[in-house]
Design a binder for this molecule. Sequence first.
Ligand SMILES: C[C@@](CO)(OP(=O)(O)O)[C@H](O)COP(=O)(O)OP(=O)(O)OC[C@H]1O[C@@H](n2ccc(N)nc2=O)[C@H](O)[C@@H]1O
Ligand SMILES: Nc1ncnc2c1ncn2[C@@H]1O[C@H](COP(=O)(O)OP(=O)(O)O)[C@@H](O)[C@H]1O
Length: 293
Amino acid sequence: MDTILARPAYAKVNLHLAVGQPFPDGYHPIRSLFALVDLFDDIAITVTGSRRFKVEVTGLEAFQLNGEDTLTKAARLWCERAHVPLSLHIDCKKRIPAQAGLGGGSSDAATVLHLLQEYASDDALDENNLADIALQVGSDVPFFLSSHCCAIVTGRGEGITPVETRNLAVCLVMPISFATSTSSAYFRLDEIRGGDFVTMGPTGDEIAEVFKKSPAVWNSLLYNDFQQGVEHQAFYSQLEQLRSACNGYSGLTGSGACWFFVSDDQRQVQIVFDEVVSRFGTEVMSWKTGLVL
Ligand SMILES: C[C@@](CO)(OP(=O)(O)O)[C@H](O)COP(=O)(O)OP(=O)(O)OC[C@H]1O[C@@H](n2ccc(N)nc2=O)[C@H](O)[C@@H]1O
Ligand SMILES: Nc1ncnc2c1ncn2[C@@H]1O[C@H](COP(=O)(O)OP(=O)(O)O)[C@@H](O)[C@H]1O
């Protein structure tokens, strides 16, 4: 009998993101506050009796995949390490836009790993093996694999310190005519900095303290380093103007291109959301949602 396992793969926002100078391997150290948001892809895995491997993704058709998709990569690496055949059918229905800075590809991969661990039960891989696979798939995968709703993330993405999450309302705005490649965004940031010394800003403890306060006061304390190299400045300036009339915090998530507004007052998020819909119409995709608790 086939076994079917399913689980949602949530998106994240980076409520703060400091980027340091690159390590010798080219990757950059980050110090970031990650929080899961209630926007998710649906992942289902059918473990079959036959030796067939099939991955079906709907909603990613517009994107040219550069090699394997993250679900295939995670499943293949897991099966290799666990010495089990790739007898799987993975089905993914995407809602999280790609190249948005919402971590959709990484979350999908972490969810596949979670489901395979659940299926393997007593034969599941140990933590070290799993952590190794996660980083091979992508720098954001360790956070999604951690199952924490909110965390300070450091190193390349492997340092996870959980932080208690909060009931906050969120508006997400994704332009439909452009997206951002993560590697290009890191490259552009290095170019802008031109090798100058950079500080990593507030410590993890300081970021966690700021997170306890109202989002309306975060603006002078938290930031995203990618904001300085962002293209389409006119678009983001319009969104920032909207925020300045409301009580909350806003910014780019990850390397972009998605913008978010967060508030402890649902009505403020409704105002921003309505204004975005009336100003940008079908030029953007927008969601009124919240942090995952
Ligand atoms: C910027 C962040 C912030 O959360 O997220 P996104 O905007 O992509 O969601 C992450 O650091 C992105 O993580 P992820 O999207 O998993 O990146 P990866 O696939 O590992 O790497 C893609 C490319 O980004 C660069 N990269 C990534 C992570 C990192 N700490 N330093 C880097 O320099 C490298 O050039 C790498 O080749
Ligand atoms: N399961 C997946 N979901 C989304 N993108 C994927 C997936 N697998 C591979 N990709 C590729 O990874 C790139 C960025 O993925 P994604 O995680 O959505 O963006 P971001 O890094 O901005 O959060 C896309 O260009 C896409 O082609």
